[in-house]
Write a protein that binds this ligand. Structure first.
Ligand code: FES
Length: 137
């Protein structure tokens, strides 16, 4: 191996080592945090942070949850972490499904898997509204 070949191979190998943590971190699963470690989570629905919940079909993320305004009087709270490889799911109100952008898994609004590759349901939480306070437990 001449000097040019050595540096060429060392550079490529070094680049791979440099990128390895980013690649492996992308595949790391994130812990699913249950709301209310120490009590239920409450949300002030008048806060501008939750303005999307004023519209039926709107949703927001809070911690590890996705919260959806499912009707004039109801809200749904689920884990936002896809059970396949931990990407963040979104909500598509046109089909009333949670959709994972990474590999296409789809979930119903009760968290059950409608389409893989995910095999396990999203964790669903109890969401109750009282006035302008949403309590998730
Ligand atoms: S991470 Fe959601 S489908 Fe793969």
């Amino acid at each position: 191996m001449n000097r040019k070949e050595f540096f060429s191979k060392a550079f490529v190998g070094g680049s791979l080592l440099f990128l390895a943590p980013a690649v492996f971190n992308a595949c790391t699963k994130t812990a699913d945090v249950t709301p209310g470690t120490g009590g239920p989570t409450t949300i002030d629905l008048t806060s501008s942070s939750f303005a999307s919940l004023k519209t039926v079909g709107g949703y927001v993320y809070s911690g590890n949850m996705i919260i959806i305004r499912s009707s004039a009087t109801n809200y749904i709270a689920l884990s936002k972490i896809c059970t396949h490889q931990s990407c963040t799911v979104g909500y598509d109100s046109s089909v009333n499904r949670l959709v994972c952008p990474c590999h296409g898994s789809m979930f119903s609004t009760n968290g059950s898997v409608l389409q893989g590759p995910a095999n396990n349901s999203l964790t669903m939480y109890t969401a109750t509204v009282n006035g302008t306070t949403l309590t998730i437990s």
